[in-house]
Design a protein around this ligand. Structure first.
Ligand code: SF4
Length: 116
């Protein structure tokens, strides 16, 4: 006699996040951001939505001291400072100017990126 083994069933469809649902409201370095579920690319739409982080390159946001917000996974800029130098795969999290806040958000402390 065979016994069917079901390994860790996925959560019921009604409890899975949907596009537009709120993941978290995060306050860090004096600003509040709403993080919602969605898709970065249309090609991802066959799967479950991800948490969408702000695109600070497209829409910069600054602290009141003029430091730009970044995400940890943002592509490193030309002012990157860290081991091994910058490559196409280097991200802000690897940079000594990166100051991490809540979730994957942070600020860049590089004086050359500061808004005067
Ligand atoms: S933390 Fe700042 S200086 Fe470093 S790579 Fe990111 S944006 Fe550039």
């Amino acid at each position: 006699m065979f016994r069917k083994i079901i390994a860790s069933p996925s959560p019921p469809a009604e409890s899975r996040p949907r596009e537009g649902d709120l993941y978290r409201t995060v306050t860090t370095f004096g600003k509040t951001f709403e993080l919602r579920y969605g898709y970065y690319d249309d090609i991802d739409r066959s799967g479950e939505p991800d948490v969408i982080y702000p695109d600070f390159r497209a829409t910069p946001v600054y602290t009141k001291e003029g430091e730009p917000f970044i995400t940890m996974m943002q592509d490193a800029c030309e002012h990157f400072k860290g081991k091994g130098g910058r490559t196409d795969d280097t991200i802000c999290a690897e940079c000594t100017h990166c100051k991490r806040g809540e979730e994957w958000l942070g600020i860049c402390t590089c004086p050359r990126n500061r808004k005067l």
